[in-house]
Design a protein around this ligand. Structure first.
Ligand code: BES
Ligand code: ZN
Length: 469
């Protein structure tokens, strides 16, 4: 990368951090209808960042939260790169576990703490600041850039596909770049070539029409909390396998080569257990922890509510019980088909005296990208340069980013998943943070990536595959 660009990123690093803090102060919780005005402010913040760089930018309203679109097309003949990110964040709850409030960004020990710091405001910001550095020094970028920054990723990207389909022609590009994943470990940057898919549902079972005195009525009616607990318990067998009929039918087994590749990453299970505060790992029998996290399907309870949850005792039989469930999916499981299979299975398990209500929220399939693509080599070179390391790991991850499959289906392009964060950044948890050093290196890797992708045009490759493993 040009030294002027790199220097600009160094000289303006403090200001970038202040601007990121301003972004993080906006509580853009997409799941919370009360945050709607804040999501609009979040979109306006992103719009202004891009428009101030002279890009053609717009805020596109959707049935949900707005999408920010911006483009810089001043490099005719050079590749066109789609940058995707999200400005929405997960709910900050439980609030009492935050050391400093989630929407008051605070620096401690070289880390910036706030909801969205790593997922995804801090990460997406690196791709805005890298463009700024090129435009303010060289006056132009080596590639054409199209930005799609949405506000509904954390609730399943439900309006994004229509946006992409409606603008299919004007959004055409060569490759997409997304920084919304993690490094393999501190100072071990990685390119992610696979993500799990997801399906998300909620089930409510109802017994008596109101809460009842458990002494007067208990023992004579089915308790909805007990009934739901039995239904949930029926989701897994004693070997950690999911019991929904047909659940594993479409699962592609891992090849021996890929299993070996996972083993070669020398996953540190002791450190993993210590980090999470658990005494034993747990999961589907016959698979390693990395396989369970990256390449096997799961069924998880995300939330469970029934009866009295306040302080002290209360003697009731609750009227209702609700569970939120997500399944993580792997190639080639179908989210729609499995949502229906889950629906039918739980309905069949529901005690006859309870009424059953099922809501499907969202779903997306798993995504696996060709790890031998020349784009991966170009990205690896940019990351090696920014991190000053010899090796960039090739990994899969267990989270989901619904748009990557849509990019493939609608625009026909692959996505480079370049994570600058860490799995230990507390994403979706209290005290989410992003290392300031990773933020800074992310801006450098992004700036370098534009040059590496531009250089690929000639010979179709930019780096040696030997550096990627
Ligand atoms: N950044 C995450 C996805 C992620 C995290 C991928 C870590 C790999 C490693 C993303 O913002 C996210 O949380 N996505 C949701 C998607 C869902 C709500 C459709 C997820 O995975 O739960
Ligand atoms: Zn997330």
């Amino acid at each position: 990368m040009l030294t002027t660009v790199s220097k600009y990123l160094d000289q303006h690093a403090d200001r970038f951090l202040e601007e990121l803090k301003e972004f993080l102060r906006i509580p853009t919780v997409s799941a919370d209808p009360e945050c709607k005005p804040h999501l609009i402010r979040g979109a306006e913040f992103v719009y202004k960042q891009l428009a101030d760089l002279g890009m053609k930018a717009e805020i596109v309203p959707t049935a949900g939260h707005p999408i920010v679109y911006a483009e810089w097309l001043g490099a005719p003949g050079a590749p066109t790169v789609m940058v995707y990110g999200h400005y929405d964040v997960q709910p900050p709850d439980p609030l009492d576990l935050w050391t400093t409030p989630p929407f008051e960004p605070t620096v401690r020990d070289g880390k910036l703490y706030a909801r969205g710091a790593t997922d995804d405001k801090g990460q997406v910001f690196t791709h805005i600041k890298s463009a700024e550095a090129w435009l303010k020094t060289v006056g132009k970028l080596p590639v054409n850039l199209k930005y799609v920054i949405e506000g509904e990723e954390e609730v399943g990207s439900r309006n994004l596909e229509d946006f992409l389909a409606a603008r299919k022609e004007s959004l055409s590009c060569d490759v997409a770049v997304v920084s919304d994943t993690s490094q393999y470990a501190p100072n071990q940057p990685a390119i992610t070539y696979g993500l799990r898919g997801i399906l998300a549902v909620e089930v409510t079972v109802t017994g008596p029409k109101k809460d009842l005195h458990s002494g007067v009525f208990g023992g004579a009616v089915m308790n909805p909390a007990t009934g739901l607990a039995r239904m949930i318990a029926s989701l897994h067998d004693d070997h950690g396998r999911v019991r929904i009929p047909g659940f594993y039918d479409a699962v592609q087994p891992l090849s021996d080569a890929e299993r070996q590749q996972f083993l070669d990453l020398n996953f540190d299970e002791a450190a993993f257990k210590a980090e999470l505060g658990i005494s034993e790992v747990f999961g589907e029998e016959g698979f390693t922890t990395l396989e369970r996290r990256w390449a096997r399907p799961t069924c998880e309870v995300n939330g469970l509510v029934s009866g009295y949850t306040g302080v002290g005792p209360k003697t009731i039989v609750p009227s209702k019980a609700t569970v939120k469930i997500t399944c993580r999916l792997v190639p080639t499981q179908d989210p729609h088909q499995l949502t229906e299979a889950l629906h039918q299975y739980l309905k069949a398990q529901c005690p006859p005296s309870l009424s059953f209500e099922f809501t499907s929220y969202h779903g997306c399939p798993a995504f696996v990208f060709d790890p031998n693509s020349p784009y991966i080599e170009a990205a690896a070179e940019a990351i090696r340069e920014a991190w000053g390391v010899q090796q960039v790991r090739l990994i899969r991850e267990g989270g989901s980013i619904p748009v990557v499959q849509t990019f493939k289906d609608v625009l026909g392009v692959d996505t480079l998943l370049l994570g600058w964060g860490q799995n230990t950044d507390n994403l979706h948890s209290p005290n989410e943070h992003f290392s300031i050093a990773d933020f800074h290196r992310g801006t450098k890797a992004s700036a370098s990536l534009w040059a590496k992708l531009a250089a690929m045009q000639g010979d179709g490759s930019a780096a040696s595959a030997a550096n990627v493993c």
